[in-house]
Design a protein around this ligand. Structure first.
Ligand SMILES: *[C@@H]1O[C@H](CO)[C@@H](O)[C@H](O)[C@H]1NC(C)=O
Ligand SMILES: [Ca+2]
Length: 253
């Protein structure tokens, strides 16, 4: 059963990756700085306008070698900021959350399978965590235009920024899942993603958070404006680990 699901997921991933070839090329370059740049252009500048241009952080080899490893899944290590003494009270906006993880050769968690999603839902439930950020991101920044394959954006425009893998159509049960992880309700009493804050004051809900029963809806995925501050779960980034490994021979990661 597990093997079947794994095989099915791998095939699917490859299929996705094929479809993703062009977006990967764009995103590899673009995600590196446009996501950072996109924040102000999405109307979220008010809260961060006193900060200079924001960019993705580079990994710190020492931090990578000593990164917190609280639990692991399929060869990746993870940590929850709430359980790291020095970060226990930290709440970060989405980009700062990515950057905290990235210094440790990690990135915000990506939830490509039900098994991994259940593991994170359990962490949230057992520790009564109100919400966390994931690496999920709406492709609504520069470089995402003229992409019929990403339309309509609210259904087909989501991806995991940590590895640039596409997220299944938001209105369907993802292939490796037995349920749709997006909440069936929210601020507008509609299925997520609902881009609700845009209707309130024009701020796009471009980032994927897991909320714990905020709308009496259990633990579920929501699109949320990226400036909100939340604790995060970091997950090993193969890309950053490989980069630090190749530039620091002998370093034990
Ligand atoms: C938009 O509305 C939300 C929810 O009321 C509020 O928290 C946020 O500060 C507002 N943003 C702006 C830019 O006015
Ligand atoms: Ca929402």
């Amino acid at each position: 059963m597990t093997l079947t699901l794994v095989g099915r997921f791998r095939r699917l991933s490859r299929h996705h990756l094929n479809k993703m070839n062009s977006i990967v090329i764009h995103l590899t370059v673009l995600v590196c700085f446009v996501v950072a740049m996109a924040t102000p252009s999405l109307g979220q500048a008010k809260r961060v306008s006193n900060r200079p241009g924001r960019f993705l952080s580079l990994p710190n080899p020492q931090k990578c070698a000593n990164r917190p490893k609280q639990f692991s899944f399929r060869g990746h290590n993870y940590f929850f900021t709430g359980h790291v003494p020095q970060f226990a009270s930290r709440k970060l906006d989405w980009l700062d959350g990515r950057n905290l993880c990235r210094e440790y050769c990690m990135d915000l968690v990506s939830l490509e399978t039900q098994e991994e999603n259940n593991m994170i839902f359990r962490l949230i439930q057992q520790n009564d965590v109100p919400y966390i950020w994931t690496s999920g991101r709406l492709c609504d920044f520069k470089g995402c235009e003229n992409r019929p394959d990403l339309e309509p954006k609210n259904i087909l425009g989501w991806f995991w920024s940590a590895n640039r893998e596409k997220i299944s159509p938001t209105n369907q049960v993802p292939p490796s899942f037995g349920y749709n992880p997006w909440s069936a309700t929210g601020h507008k009493k509609q299925r997520q993603p609902d881009n609700a804050e845009f209707d309130i004051n024009g701020t796009t809900e471009s980032c994927l958070a897991i909320l714990n029963n905020v709308y009496n809806d259990g633990i579920a995925w929501h699109d949320v404006a990226c400036y909100h501050e939340k604790p995060v779960v970091c997950e090993d980034s193969d890309e950053l680990l490989n980069y630090v490994k190749s530039t620091n021979p002998g370093l034990r990661l």
